[in-house]
Design a protein around this ligand. Structure first.
Ligand SMILES: Cc1cc2nc3c(=O)[nH]c(=O)nc-3n(C[C@H](O)[C@H](O)[C@H](O)COP(=O)(O)OP(=O)(O)OC[C@H]3O[C@@H](n4cnc5c(N)ncnc54)[C@H](O)[C@@H]3O)c2cc1C
Length: 285
């Protein structure tokens, strides 16, 4: 249970970072609070509430590298799922991840930034954003910077510094033939995932030109299955090829078992989720 001394409500990302670093005792950011409130420890002294920090938006930007979908960190999952920008084959994985996440009540509170930060849960948005090649904008004490989401997870101890705030996630527009899909297995429809997986593929004339597969629930962090992506490139878009990519993923992961599922079950399901996500993505390509 929380027993706080202070609650800060900064009006900007810069102010939020300062509040977190300068607060007395132990502090945390809080966005939707769906994790912090039920699991927060009494040793927490203060929270920095991000509600008024101006990070609730979904925007399309035209940049020199093409179209980018910019999603503010405190955007609620429910709001993101309703964004018309997600109604395209390319972003279907993201749409499906937002609608498969928890219950209506959770989606109405939970935010994109909280979901990306607490990826160990294992949360649903990271595989979708990873498959789509997203990056995150971080606000640190020295100013803002952008890192690929893949590095944010794989090299977290190097790229993430104390007090860093996730400000925005950025999804590149991608090729016009890009299509994606998201798959999830859980104990119930609304429980957190046992394994989840997203695939994004570009198919031209029946040949896979590029593929990215990302998973969560089968290692300590969400990750891009690079071997599967390399295997798929240049192959025919067929169910046999997708199953083989799934077999490669199963063979490459070393999950831990827990009260939700054994390690062996997670390994097998990772392969099945991979093949299914690829098949559905390719069907939309
Ligand atoms: C009943 C229930 C069911 C759930 N089901 C699912 C599910 O199916 N799928 C799923 O993915 N998750 C699920 N969750 C977990 C959770 O709701 C989500 O991960 C949610 O997106 C977390 O976002 P939040 O804004 O509520 O985070 P908060 O609780 O506010 O914060 C979580 C953590 O992230 C940090 N944080 C928050 N925002 C930022 C930021 N911008 N920058 C840096 N750090 C930040 C906080 O300091 C804290 O450590 C469930 C939770 C509950 C209670």
């Amino acid at each position: 249970m929380l027993d706080l001394t202070n609650l800060y409500r900064p009006k900007s990302a810069e102010e939020a970072v300062r509040a977190l670093l300068e607060g007395e005792g132990t502090g945390l950011y809080v966005a939707g609070g769906t994790i912090v409130v039920p699991t927060g420890s009494p040793s927490l002294d203060y929270l920095v509430d991000l509600t008024d920090a101006g990070l609730d938006y979904v925007e399309v930007e035209d940049t020199s590298d093409g179209r980018v979908l910019a999603i503010g960190a405190t955007t609620r999952i429910a709001d993101l799922s309703l964004s018309p920008e997600l109604a395209s084959p390319a972003l279907r994985a993201l749409f499906e991840a937002t609608t498969d996440l928890g219950t209506h009540t959770v989606r109405n509170r939970a935010t994109v930034g909280g979901n990306l930060y607490a990826a160990h849960f294992p949360s649903d948005l990271p595989p979708a954003f990873l498959a789509l090649g997203a990056s995150v904008r971080l606000q640190g004490v020295d100013g803002p910077r952008e890192v690929s989401l893949e590095d944010f997870y794989a090299r977290r101890s190097e790229v993430y510094r104390r007090g860093d705030l996730i400000v925005e996630v950025r999804v590149p527009g991608g090729h016009e033939d890009l299509a994606s899909a998201f798959e999830k297995t859980g104990r119930t429809r609304v429980d957190v995932a046992i394994v989840n997986c997203a695939a994004a593929v570009t198919v031209s004339g029946g040949t896979i030109e590029a593929a990215r597969v990302a998973l969560n629930g089968v290692s300590a962090i969400p990750f891009v299955a690079a071997d599967a992506g390399a295997y798929l490139t240049g192959k025919s878009s067929t169910e046999d090829v997708f199953r083989e990519a799934g077999r490669l993923v199963s063979a490459s992961v070393s999950p831990r078992g827990d009260h939700r599922a054994s390690a062996d079950y997670r390994r097998k399901v990772a392969g099945v989720m991979t093949a299914r996500a690829l098949s559905r993505a390719a069907g939309g390509a």
